[in-house]
Ligand binder design. Structure first.
Ligand SMILES: *Cc1c(COP(=O)(O)O)cnc(C)c1O
Length: 423
């Protein structure tokens, strides 16, 4: 028989681990650019009985019985996305951002076809052709990068490479680039070479939902995204497209890339779509960008070089060579985590160090904005980071920074100390 006692009683070991990570989440400053804090409402949906239902196929076309409510729920999720982004076709079934991209590739192109995307070491994503990822194994990826001087995407170069390689898909989007994308220029290059124009908005789709970053949906053929980064929802993927691509993408996702989808996650995504349609979400999205700008300016004032000289979104890439040529991203990120500031090492454009070491750190403001931080707090955070990296060998300075970080974080705890989101 089902044992419905609370987790604490059924599995105290796991309950303790959850409490331990709640404590970590409540006491650090969270600057991992792809992370956020989901609301209780989102967690209640992901922890709901929708976790029990098998549903393969799409609303109205299922392989299992009993999908009446699931169909209604998936239609609700789809309608919310259509409304938020002005989208024609929507698919909310992808388990993650990577599988959203997989579904698109599987649906629209043949194995071995050419796809053109941003190179991984200059800001692209694994699923944009890395040789250790399915994308690079199954497809012929060619890449574009940044201009060495401006550290911006060079659209003349994109056009030159596209004319030369004639990709089936021209892909814009990034995991580590802090500027707007020129959707119109990508569109016209895609049209010139007969490519499908796809935007992987995984990182910034939440900002688009909050009207703080330009919306590619009306311009691009396909837009993919994640629902757990700046979007602040349940973990998962999302695909939007012009209607004409819908049937093929549906097949690419299921049965191409996945079996039955994760309906508890889809319920959590749908709650996030509802939250993103509220006026407060626009305030949040605008604050994410204002906070990133405030941090970038502080770094520049403190003598820490910011890649491309600033930011238009939630991301800041800092070049640690401007602080000390011997300081690596790996060392800095691990030291900062010890001090209570969590982020990741990241290659900077044309980084002479390998990806496991790097010369940079990547920071993002979605999570700290959800925690309630505003510009002045972000300037304080940037000053603390800057002090730590400038004095990374001075234990006394680092001990001071650690105390000040704890004090700052304690003012912005995302959850109550006994929070358990699933009830
Ligand atoms: C995060 C990200 C993905 C993948 O998302 P997962 O949910 O981690 O699979 C895909 N593309 C880009 C650009 C991303 O930043």
């Amino acid at each position: 028989m089902i044992d419905n006692r609370p987790l604490e009683q059924v599995d105290p070991e796991m309950a303790a681990l959850i409490r331990k990570d709640l404590e970590r989440q409540n006491t650090h400053l969270h600057l991992i650019a792809s992370e956020n804090f989901a609301s209780r409402a989102v967690m209640q949906a992901t922890g709901s009985v929708f976790t029990n239902k098998y549903a393969e196929g799409y609303p109205g076309r299922r392989y299992y019985e009993g999908c009446e409510v699931i169909d209604e729920m998936e239609e609700l999720a789809n309608a919310r996305v259509r409304h938020l982004f002005d989208a024609e076709y929507v698919n909310v079934q992808a388990h993650s951002g990577a599988q959203a991209n997989m579904g698109v590739y599987f649906g629209l192109i043949e194995l071995g076809d050419t796809v053109m995307g941003m190179s991984l070491d200059q800001g692209g994503h694994l699923t944009h052709g890395s040789h250790v990822n399915f994308s690079g194994m199954y497809y012929n990826f060619v890449s574009y990068g940044l201009d060495r001087e401006t550290e911006l995407i060079d659209m003349d170069e994109v056009r030159r490479i596209a004319l030369e390689s004639r990709p089936k898909i021209l892909l814009a989007g990034y995991s580590a680039y802090s500027r707007h994308l020129d959707y119109e220029a990508f569109r016209s290059i895609a049209d010139e070479v007969g490519a499908i124009f796809m935007v992987d908005a995984a990182h910034f789709i939440g900002l688009i939902a909050g009207k703080a970053y330009p919306n590619p949906v009306p311009i691009a053929d396909i837009v993919t995204g994640t629902t757990h980064k700046a979007f602040r929802g349940a973990r998962g993927g999302l695909i939007m497209a012009k209607e004409q691509f819908g049937k093929a993408i549906d097949k690419g996702v299921f049965p191409g890339a996945q079996g039955g989808s994760l309906y508890n996650q889809i319920a959590g995504k749908a709650v996030a779509f509802h939250e993103a349609a509220q006026p407060e979400f626009r305030v949040y999205a605008a604050q994410v960008v204002a906070n990133a700008k405030a941090m970038a300016e502080s770094f520049i004032d403190e003598g820490v070089r910011v890649v491309s000289g600033g930011t238009d979104n939630h991301l800041i890439l800092a070049d640690l060579r401007s602080v000390d040529p011997d300081l690596t991203g790996k060392h800095a990120a691990s030291m900062l985590n010890e001090l209570g500031i969590t982020m990741n090492r990241n290659s900077i454009p044309f980084d002479p160090r390998p990806p496991f070491v790097t010369s940079g750190i990547r920071m993002g403001t979605p999570a700290i904005t959800t925690q309630g931080m505003e510009e002045a707090d972000c300037r304080t955070a940037a000053e603390l980071i800057s002090r730590a990296v400038h004095h990374y060998q001075d234990e006394a300075v680092l001990a001071d920074v650690k105390r000040e970080v704890a004090a700052l974080a304690s003012k912005f705890t995302p959850y109550e100390s006994d929070f358990s989101g699933h009830v």
